[in-house]
Design a protein around this ligand. Structure first.
Ligand code: EPU
Length: 340
């Protein structure tokens, strides 16, 4: 394992911003993780964890030590009846995991296909798409306490999972590194077609009794048609969260804007479609300083002109204030901001 100085992170963030790590290392084994902690603590350096880089906005320099998990490992830990417990190393690419599990007949993750990023980062923001969130399939998360150097296991119910949130994004952000995840999947080929756009696409393809692989292929096709491909147009997926508001406020907005999609949330509040608000505020396709709001999907901030992280955030602020003036709704950004 190597420690390097002044390393470019441009290829390690899908938004494609220019950024340099003061110190950098890749980790795979438990021994690598401990070596990284020791390197940082003996030099008084803070640690920043950078996974697949698909949900971050980086500043021009990241001070301290940037630790990047690598490697891939997907192991069947245990079978209990129809359930399978699957252990995955943090550095494993998420999309690879989804496809391999499906091929092995371990079902459940199909709706989460094609999401860029690593398995270690997936629980941090509780990735979700097409009616499914990873929280439903997490059995536990294996962590390393960066202060005490101890490895331990956090059960799913203790992770604080909520929409696009977990304690790993909040109070545990600087405390724990996720070194692996354990998923509970099923050998029974059930599918989740609750998301309207998915159900519609399956109907259109005359897949009336879809299999898990049908769902996987259909979700991959919807995403490919709607979301800009990070390999061609740098972006970090949804840049804004769908705002959760009181159901009274949602009804008031719906009366003013009858087309506005409003989704009920379990606790009685309502989730609004941020993409609709941004588009209705006239910002779909808006560009400034090399970055802009995608023509394909208004939730996605694209960066074809290599804007800096600060320029991307300035564009996001413009979107937030414009939507606030138009609808009285304050949007919140989804990616994690790292570095000045
Ligand atoms: N819409 C617009 N304009 C657009 C795009 C969408 O008005 O440019 C409207 C649509 O017509 C629809 C509504 O917004 O009524 C919702 O659109 P969509 O089904 O695309 O879902 P979303 O709420 O915009 C969320 C996730 C996506 C995930 C999709 C599908 C968040 C922040 N985003 O987007 O996640 O793929 O649902 O489940 O929750 C990501 O996090 O990176 C991501 C892509």
């Amino acid at each position: 394992m190597q420690f390097e100085r002044d390393v470019s992170l441009e290829g390690l963030n899908t938004l494609g911003v220019t950024s340099r790590a003061e110190n950098f290392c890749r980790v795979e084994s438990d021994a690598d993780w401990l070596a990284a902690i020791d390197y940082a603590s003996s030099r008084g350096l803070g640690i920043t964890l950078l996974g697949g880089g698909s949900n971050v906005v980086l500043g021009e320099q990241l001070r301290g030590l940037v630790v990047h998990p690598v490697g891939d490992d997907i192991d069947l830990f245990e079978q209990r009846g129809d359930d399978v417990l699957v252990d995955v190393l943090a550095g494993t690419e998420w999309d690879t995991l989804v496809r391999i599990c499906n091929q092995r007949g371990w079902f459940g993750l199909e709706n989460l296909v094609s999401i860029p990023g690593s398995c270690g980062a997936a629980p941090v923001q509780n990735i979700g798409a097409y009616g499914v969130e990873i929280a439903e399939f997490i059995e536990s998360v294996r962590v390393l306490d960066l202060n005490t150097r101890e490895f331990s296991v956090v059960k799913s119910q203790d992770c604080g999972f909520a929409y696009r949130y977990s304690y790993f994004k909040g109070p545990w952000r600087t405390r724990y590194a996720i070194v692996g995840i354990r998923l509970r999947l099923s050998k029974t080929p059930t599918v989740n077609t609750s998301y309207a756009a998915l159900a519609q696409a399956l109907e259109n393809a005359e897949l009336h009794a879809p299999t898990p692989v049908d769902v996987l292929n259909t979700v991959a096709a919807i995403r490919a048609a709607k979301l800009p491909d990070v390999r061609r147009v740098p972006n970090s997926g949804s840049f804004f969260k769908n705002p959760i508001v009181s159901s009274e406020f949602a009804q008031h907005l719906k009366a003013l804007h009858p087309d506005l999609p409003v989704y009920a949330v379990d606790d009685g509040s309502a989730k609004l479609a941020a993409a609709h608000l941004i588009e209705a505020a006239g910002l779909k396709g808006y560009q400034h300083a090399g970055c802009g709001i995608s023509e394909d999907h208004a939730l996605v901030l694209v960066n074809p002109g290599q804007a800096t992280g600060a320029e991307c955030l300035a564009l996001a602020e413009h979107v937030i204030s414009t939507v606030q003036s138009a609808f009285g709704v304050t949007l919140d950004i989804e990616p994690v901001v790292m570095g000045a």
